[in-house]
Structures are given as C-alpha cells and as structure tokens.
Write a new protein. Sequence first.
Length: 356
Amino acid sequence: MEKRVVAINGDGIGREIVSAARRVVDKAVAKDNIVIHWAEHKAGGEAIDTYGEPLPQSTIDACKVADAVLLGAVGGPKWDAVNPAIRPEKAILGLRKALGLFCNLRPVRIFKALQDYSPLKPELVQDVDFVIVRELTGGIYFGERLEATGEGADEVAWDKETYHRYEIERIMEVAINTAKQRKGKVTSVDKANVLASSRLWRKVAQEKATANPTVAFDYLYVDNTAMQLVVNPGQFDVIVTTNLFGDILSDEGAVVSGSLGLLPSASIGTGTALYEPIHGSAPDIAGQGIANPLGTILSAAMMCRHSLEAPNAAAAIEKAVEDVLAAGYRTGDIYKAGMKKVNTEGMTEAILQYIK
Ligand code: NAI
Ligand code: MG
C-alpha cells in the first residue's frame, strides 16, 4: 500500500526532529507493507521568508489531498516583530480551519524509565496514562469579542463562549471511541455550575453516556480537574473538554510528565489529520543537532495508527521508544548523570536499532 504524507518542517528545531521521525516511520511501516511518499511543504516563519505569508495556498492544497500531515513546530524570535496578520502561529490556526480539525488528542503517559522526571511524587505517577481530548475550533477562542474600548474605569473588553450541540456531540463521539480502545472511562470537564455553555456541554455529555452504556462517564468541574491532575492523575483515562479548558489542562498534563520533549499530539476532524509534538520550535537549541526527537517520533506513531492503517508500525515505534529509554539513552533535555548522553542523530539511530 502507498500513503502520501505532507511533511512541514517549520522553524527552529523543526527540520531536525521531522527528518528524524521520517527515518523512523519509513523503517517501521514496512511491518504493515506500506510505503510512504513524502512531500515537503512550508508553513510558519520559513513560509513567511519564502512567500511572504505563513500558510501558502500550495501547502493547504497539498495537505487536503494527503493521508496525513506531520509537522515540527513553527515560530521564533526572527518573526516576533512581523505584522500580526501574518504571524507564524497563523499557520497552525489556518491549517486547523482548512482541514476541519475540531479535535486535539494529547496522550500523557509516563515512561517507567522517566518517572523521576515528574515534579510529582513517584507513587502518584506510576499509573499515569491518559488522553486529553480538547475541542479545537469552537468556544471562546473563536467567539465574538470586543477589543478594549472606552476610557478610564469604564474601559471594557469581552469574549464570548459559544457551543452548539453538533460541536459537543462530535467531540463526545471522539472521546467515547478513544475510551473504547483504552480503559473505557470518559471524564467530561466543564464549569456547569456557572456557565450556560457548560450546562449544554454537560447535558449532551450525559445523553451520550446514556447511549453508550459500556463507557463509564463522570463529570468534573474544571477547577476540581486542575486539582485532581496533580493529586491523583492516575484516575484518568480520557478527559474531554472545551477549547479554553483543554488548552490549560493539556499544559498541566504535559508538566505532570516532566518531559516536554516526549509528548505527541494529533489533531483530527473532517479532513486530513495533523500530527505534531506539543513543544515549540526551541530556537535556543536550533541548529545544534541536540533536540529530543521523541515527541515527533511518538506523534508519527499516532499518525501510523490513526491515519496510515499501520498499527504494527505504531506499536513497534512506541515499544522502541520505551526500550531505548529503559536502556538509558537520553538527549540533553532529559539527561541525568550515569545515563548515555546522545544527540538527535544518536537517539534516532538507537530507535532505528530497536525497531526489530
Ligand atoms: P518551546 O517548547 O519551543 O521551548 C521551551 C523549552 O523547552 C526551551 O528551553 C527548549 O529548548 C526546550 N525544548 C522544547 N522542545 C524540545 C526538544 N524537542 N528537545 C529539547 N529541548 C526542547 O517553547 P517556547 O520557547 O515558549 O517557544 C519557542 C517558539 O515556538 C515560539 O516562537 C513559540 O511561539 C513557538 N511554539 C510553537 C508551537 C507550535 O508550532 N505548535 C507550540 C509552542 C510554541
Ligand atoms: Mg497552549
């Protein structure tokens, strides 16, 4: 079988980590008798430099007809002063819109070998393995707003949180299907004691729970969830929540793992899905060949499972990452004395060796 994947390197360490992930995926997908045809396209700062805009139509068109998109990260100090209308981040928002990516999936799992990197006590993190399902194209980030107007104490600004039933239903479907492939538990997070939009959110969640009796549902307020994530993160399987709450909780989830460079993500929806590590372009270490490629490699494993019909490749990559960490290989960001310090190339070679 042949699959077409668009690779968007992006900026900073983007090219280093995406090329590492491509080598790993190319080897792993042979297990599923798949060959990948890669096409490189530009977005972010690199696209601003080449085309004068962060997301050229040619990139959008290529992504729309591909089986998947693998992205490094975009942005950096070089473009901090550009016209706000063409900032690199516009590329991400534009891709979400063009591809109908209404859902972000962020698995948070703590590899045994890295348990002591978590800021939480070891006994709290040994069972951590959850996914945050964040609504991505609705809510307050896309609602009406009023920029600050008026004078003095009366100066005012507002942002509106809106959710439609169809937006909640489809994100709940993703959460339920994800839970069915995992431990079968969904925690729906809202602020239904205060917000009308959250009361609709909870009502729809409860309807979906009734219609799916094999999935265990519970309902938490977002403030309680923020506490539970540090008090007892092992209780969660699938957390489903709004755009705003998901943005905040997914960063909290990331820090629970203690290793930013390892966390993957997938954005899925009505069109081609997009896979990227959760970290940024790390301009402070770009070009040195020392970036941790594992977040991108694990994103590529998600891509194999969800978009390329390559479940064996996905499992092999995830197992290789676990084994390589257990064997003591560490890039600089997760290095501790006594471990085997490797650069991006060394880590990639180690993963390739462990993919049997
Ligand atoms: P960042 O995630 O790029 O870096 C934070 C710290 O973590 C830095 O010290 C960096 O060296 C380190 N780090 C991140 N990824 C690493 C890796 N794979 N290996 C080793 N160390 C790693 O976040 P920051 O500094 O806030 O943002 C830098 C740029 O990235 C900004 O322009 C920002 O807008 C952009 N960004 C882009 C995102 C995206 O494309 N989705 C997401 C987040 C930030
Ligand atoms: Mg964020």
